[in-house]
Structure formats: C-alpha cells, structure tokens
Unconditional design. Sequence first.
Length: 312
Amino acid sequence: MTHIISYFQALLFSALFLVFINAEIGWALIYVIGTAIVVSVTTFLISRKRFTVELRELSGVCECGRSIEFEIILKKNGFCAIPFVELCVIANGAVNIRTSLMFRKKVSVSGSFKAEHSGLNKVTLDKVVIRDFLGLLQFKIPAEQTTQVAVLPRLIEYDGPEVKPNMLPSEEEEAEEGVTVMSGGMPGYEHREYVPGDSPRRVNYKLSAKRQRLMVRLDESNGYATTNLYISGNGMPICCDKAFALANRLIIRGGTVKITHKGEERTAATPETLDRMREWLAFREYAETPDGVSETPPPDTAVVFSGNGIIN
C-alpha cells in the first residue's frame, strides 16, 4: 500500500510539473512512470504462475542440538521474471529466505535450523510471497510442503523411580537379534566386563578364569522377563529421552527392555539391539504439547512416561 501511494504521489508531482513548470518534461515524467508501472504489473501477472517450488526430502538421523540443513528448489516454466521471492519456512521457529527468479532457470536456496528435540523434527514450507519490480503487487502462494528428519534421543541420566530387571523367564525373541563374536569371546556369544548389578547367572566363569576378570554374556538367552516401558500418546520428546535412559540402564544390568509407543513396540537386550531401539525412537512422532488424554497402558507395564516427562 505504501508503494502505491508513493507512485501516485510521483504521478501527481509530474502533473503539477507539467502544468506549472515545463509541459514537455512533465509529460516525459508521466510517460516514464506510467510505462514502468504497466511493465512491472504486466510482467508480474504473466510470471506469477510460471514457476514451481519444491522442498527437498531430508534423510538419515542426527544428534539432538545439531544444525540441520534443508534445500528448496525453484524452477521456471517458460517466461518468468520475478525479482523478489520470499520463502516462508517453519522449522522450530520461522525462517524467511529471500531470492530472485530473474536470470536463472533454476534456483537452489538452503537454510538451516537447530534440532531442538528428539524424534521427528518437521520442516514446513508454509508459503511463497512474490512481488513485482516496483513493489506494487504482492501475491502469496500457499505451499504446505513438509519434510522430517529423525533426531536420536538425548543421552541423559535417568532420574525416575528405581526399576530392577525382572528375574522371571522371558519369552521375548526379538532381543536375540545381532548375535556376534567379539575378539577373545566364545563362539556364539558376545561378552563384556562385569559391572555391579549384573546377575551371576550371566557370568561366564570359564572365560573369566582365563582373563582373570569377570566376563558377562550379552547375547545368550538372558533368563529375564522383559521390563515393559510405555510412552503415552501425549508424551513429549522428553519422554523419549527418559525412556531410553532407563532402557540403557536396565540393559547394562543384563535386562531385556520393551518400549511401546502408539501401538508399536521395540525390544532390546544387547548393545546392538539398543542402538536399533534408539534409531526407532528417533523416527517416532511425539506430542508437541502435553495436552490430550493419556491412554491406559497394558497391565504388565513397569513404567509409564507421559506429558512433559511425567513418570508413573
């Protein structure tokens, strides 16, 4: 609106110049300003629908707190001359990127944002704002394109109630994934050094005597019942971090852990399956606010994580 008033004032000045000072220069000013307005508006109206915008898909996983780059591609479809393009992006806040569609057929622009929480972080190209040469016209094009990047759970200390691994027979099979042989270990088993809290049932006494230190089996059937952890549907990303922290603690102590979230579940009992569980948690979509109804967890659930990190 400000630009339109300014050009109207310029035309008024030219008219006054024509009447009171010099007719030839006054007419020349009117022609120049009028021609500029007509060219700017006509070019804009022809060009405004002759380009496409694409938000590139993100892939892979990253650590929380890292900077994530995204890319937006603009392509011309025929004649297109738009000098001012503003891309409005929402990625943990508003990000506005300015570019131009003048002398290149294809334009690639990039931006970045900080991964502030675990789980899926969204990047949304909300709208594209274009303007003509003189700034007389502005056109907003809804884009509504979204991509996501998976962010691994933060490595934090578990601060909830104490939970001990169950000592009942386990029927979980998924925990037996990824059986390997470490250097110096026994065929078919993977070992690590004993830490306080490990069950004596898992100590390999033959290998311990050979190495002169207690060694614990990791990948054999552990004889423990699964400790079930439940992340409620209204659970925010902090619930993901706390659930993984507890799972890590229980697995170090020799337990088997199952985490359930929105009807899907993942079980882990070894460092390898724990890594897979961490990636699985990174690809989960958590609540943005703690509002909403917290569903009833299964009766055998040991710990429930809900809302803004509430542990029950």
